[in-house]
Design a protein around this ligand. Sequence first.
Ligand code: NAD
Length: 411
Amino acid sequence: MNICILGLGYIGLPTSLLLANAGNKVLGVDINSNIVEKLNRNELPFKEPGLDELFKKAKNNFQASSSVQSSDAYIISVPTPLESEMKMADLDAVKSASSAISKVIKEGQIVILESTVPPGTSEHLILPILREKGVKNIYYAHCPERAIPGKTLHEMIHNDRIIGGLDKESTEKVKNLYSSFVQGNIFLTDTKTAEFVKLMENTFRDINIALANEFSLLAEEAHINVWEAINLANKHPRVNILKPGPGVGGHCIAIDPMFLAEKSSKARIVTLAREINSGMPVHVVKMIHKMIKDVKNPTITLLGLAYKGNVDDIRESSTFKIKRIAENEGISVKLYDPLVQNYPENSSTLEEAIKNSDCLVLITDHDAFKEIDPKKLLMRHKNLIDARNILDHNLWKKNGYQIKVLGDGTI
Ligand SMILES: NC(=O)c1ccc[n+]([C@@H]2O[C@H](COP(=O)([O-])OP(=O)(O)OC[C@H]3O[C@@H](n4cnc5c(N)ncnc54)[C@H](O)[C@@H]3O)[C@@H](O)[C@H]2O)c1
């Protein structure tokens, strides 16, 4: 098949290469000319395990471009961020991608939406745009993505998929296309249910993280170590409490629940969970204040810009909120993330980031941070806040550090 994929980001590019590797001719389209040029120079725009090898293997069947061409199938994989003022889905990229397809689509071609959208978007927004130029017979399905950065390729191949088709024929055609690389089960439904399912999945995660975060706040008040308590509670055969942390980031869990809430007053737990998780950076800054209360003109170092461990994705990361709040309260902030490139304020070395620092605050659970040797650090004051509970606290204590751990009310 000739397939045109619109949006060559964390989801669109791996999908393009998997389809190309499965023998399809893939044209990857992006409005960002840097991405297109890089790919056509045989460079990848971001890192992801296995992507480099796949790119080399799939290259003969893949080409990047800035313009959409008429194809057997189109896949829309553009961003769907949250519009910050009204807290609603910003569907501008989906609209413009659909409009670009409408100019070249012919009868009998297939359109697949991978981007996450509020329920009803396919029916009320996308399909009318696709039909704008008079094409009547379009096969259409929503096929939401479930892959996690850091394991994207493995999960794209092995996870079960949901395909929500406009009608039986559309669903079957799209199932055949995805079967070329998906080894997980493929379950079929209608478009609106598929849209809703994707949002339920991420909302489930957000609410469960909020519960863990609330437990951590309660434990601090009750002078209990929440990490030990969660470990013990999870010995129950039907309990699986997640880990607390400094907030929820990323392009999915921190955003998608609001797509469910935007048109309904019934989404109460959904919005409360968002509120709890969005409040965690404020709590981390309170911990920082307690730790450095006697320091004049303090400087702190935030370890980690990425929203989760061992990836370079900084979207919606709590680090930025913690930085902004701390700076507004008179604290100078330095940043260090060994995985993130091309972010101007990121220090190039840990040594540079801790120069004259009064407190290290671990935000992201990168494995690399576990390797830091406290003996070698030249801090102005030896203070450490571990918001992920991943460091060897005894080792840091032995080296003279005062330590606070998010959720541990015993220290
Ligand atoms: N990243 C994830 O882990 C993940 C997981 C599941 C679902 N999703 C969903 O998949 C969708 C894509 O996410 P992503 O992480 O790949 O985003 P991304 O920001 O990494 O990539 C999107 C790309 O689309 C391009 N683009 C924007 N408008 C365009 C247009 N009109 N035509 C062509 N290209 C355009 C951008 O330049 C960008 O390169 C989103 O709806 C997201 O919610 C993402």
